[in-house]
Design a protein around this ligand. Structure first.
Ligand code: BES
Ligand code: MN
Ligand code: ZN
Length: 503
């Protein structure tokens, strides 16, 4: 998507769709005048209420504008960044539905909105661009188009050009925001593509390759440990999950060091189970295909490290991605087996479907031992119980540090990726005790997300600034639940906002 910031006059702009944002407050004062200017009947204002994300497309203006179509875009009261983001997503999605390639947005309101919402003009511009990436995203890589009706057989059109029309007073700041928004937007897109790729297109080696490509392109170091090296290291958790698979595991380490001095080292650990069948404790068939998204944590980590590198954030970021699929076979780990993790801690695998914590355990221990980072954050589609507790839109946050928890909460508010904190009280330890090993990988019926987090906590070796984010709900929109289903890229924006807090 080409994005151009311009000071041109709205009337003369060559575009397929001119988007006109209105807040519900402005609507009464301004909308009538605007419609008169573009030469469109005011009747539409009987229905258009300017709710955040509301779009009405209008045709046939007689006011001498170059644009053949106009969209009234609601931004609600215009008081929050959330309303602005929702509006951006909404018009971009509409443009794709209408197969429109060139869109212009009247952003003469951006300075006022910035003042009202308390967000900088650059942030408003970045959010507009990110929203445009999000709203125009469609996963069509695996569609051949061969069965489309004759004549309509062209490949899906996506927005090719976005014009951001601004007043000269904010031109530079908007340009700065747009540049940042483009980076975060494209990193979110990369993460979504990885999540949407099915298991037969994305094995552990492919995750490693995606990281290597990104590292080469954006100038950060990527090291991949293959099966032999993982064995030599003794990563018994990752190997146990991989045991039933025909595809070898990988453990990828991404290392972005900023050019200048930095005081903070942040480790981001992402779960990459490229397909989770449950293993011998096999899952029910219904919707099992959604478990291609069980590498969403890793996708967010990869997206965030790439964004940090491209934005040049002054933080040393290390991404750690243990990757494998989880399959049943004659060689698979069996329920009741006892394994030894990289830390030396032994685990009774009561349920082979609680595999995420086994691979994360090794990666967490490795992160702490090798880098002794100031902060460790892991992101994982860890438990179905998380969806029971918080539903699809919200992630669960666990942390042994109140300051870090608060930072993550606020990062999520800013990025629009909501997290809600849950407890890590030691009283839950009882549930993950084993008769035969140091730990059991399942904690019984109650508090499934918490016992999973308590399990992970055992592998950070006393680190005092750790957080775990369970994204089982918001990482993937199941069929029918939303307009655009599939991978969401949840976590990329949140992690970028979090990393900015140490800038
Ligand atoms: N990947 C799943 C969790 C999950 C479920 C993510 C639904 C997204 C949507 C995880 O590996 C898993 O299977 N967890 C088990 C744990 C249980 C066996 C203790 C679960 O949640 O059922
Ligand atoms: Mn599982
Ligand atoms: Zn899983």
């Amino acid at each position: 998507m080409k994005i151009i910031v311009t000071k041109s006059d709205l009337r003369s702009i060559a575009t397929d769709l001119l988007v006109l944002p209105f807040s519900s407050v402005e609507l009464k004062k301004e909308a009538g005048k605007t419609l008169d200017a573009i030469g469109i009947d005011q009747q539409v204002l009987k229905d258009f209420k300017a709710e955040a994300g509301e779009v009405v497309v209008l045709y046939g203006g007689t006011g001498g504008y170059s644009a053949p179509r106009f969209a009234l875009l609601g931004i609600g009261e215009g008081k929050t960044i959330e309303e602005w983001r929702k509006a951006a997503i909404s018009f971009a999605s509409k443009a794709v539905d209408l197969k429109i390639e060139k869109v212009a947005v009247d952003c003469s309101c951006i300075e006022t909105l910035s003042a009202v919402s308390g967000q900088s003009v650059a942030t408003m511009a970045a959010t507009l661009v990110e929203g445009c990436f999000v709203g125009s995203y469609r996963f069509d890589r695996l569609k051949s188009g061969k069965l489309d009706k004759k004549g309509s057989g062209e490949k899906l059109k996506k927005i090719a050009e976005l014009l951001v029309v601004v007043d000269s007073s904010v031109f530079e700041e908007v340009e700065r925001g747009v540049a940042g928004g483009k980076i975060v937007g494209s990193c979110k897109k990369m993460a979504r593509d990885l999540v949407n790729l099915p298991g037969n297109f994305l094995h552990a080696v492919d995750i490693a390759k995606a990281a290597e490509e990104s590292g080469k392109k954006y100038g950060y170091e990527v090291t991949v440990f293959h099966k032999k090296e993982i064995e030599a290291l003794g990563m018994g958790g990752l190997l146990a999950v991989n045991k039933g698979s025909d595809h070898p595991p990988t453990f990828t380490v991404l290392d972005y060091k900023p050019k200048g001095k930095t005081n903070v080292v942040v480790a981001l650990v992402g779960k990459a189970v490229t397909f989770d069948s449950g293993g011998i404790s096999i899952k029910p068939s219904e919707n099992m295909g959604e478990m291609k998204s069980d590498m969403s944590g890793a996708a967010s980590v990869l997206g965030a490290v790439e964004a940090a590198a491209r934005l040049g954030l002054p933080v040393h970021v290390i991404g750690l991605i243990p990757a494998t699929d989880n399959m049943p076979s004659g060689t698979a780990t069996q329920p009741g087996d006892v394994i030894t993790t990289y830390s030396g801690i032994t685990v009774e695998v009561s349920n082979t479907d609680a595999e995420g914590r086994l691979i994360l355990a090794d990666a967490l221990t490795y992160a702490k031992e090798k880098y002794n980072p100031d902060v460790i954050v892991d992101v994982a589609t860890l438990t179905g119980a998380c969806i029971v507790a918080l539903g699809y839109p919200v992630a669960a946050l666990f942390s042994n540090n109140d300051t870090l928890a608060d930072k993550i909460f606020r990062a999520g508010e800013q990025s629009g990726e909501k997290v809600w904190r849950m407890p890590l009280w030691d009283l839950y330890d009882e549930q993950i005790k084993s008769d035969v090993a140091d730990l059991n990988n399942t904690g019984g019926r109650g508090a499934g997300s918490i016992t999973a987090a308590k399990f992970l906590e055992k592998f950070i070796d006393g680190h005092e600034n750790w957080a775990h984010i369970d994204i089982a709900g918001p990482s993937f929109t199941p069929k029918g639940a939303g307009k655009v289903n599939g991978g969401t890229g949840f976590g990329v924006g949140l992690l970028v906002e979090l990393l900015k807090k140490w800038s």
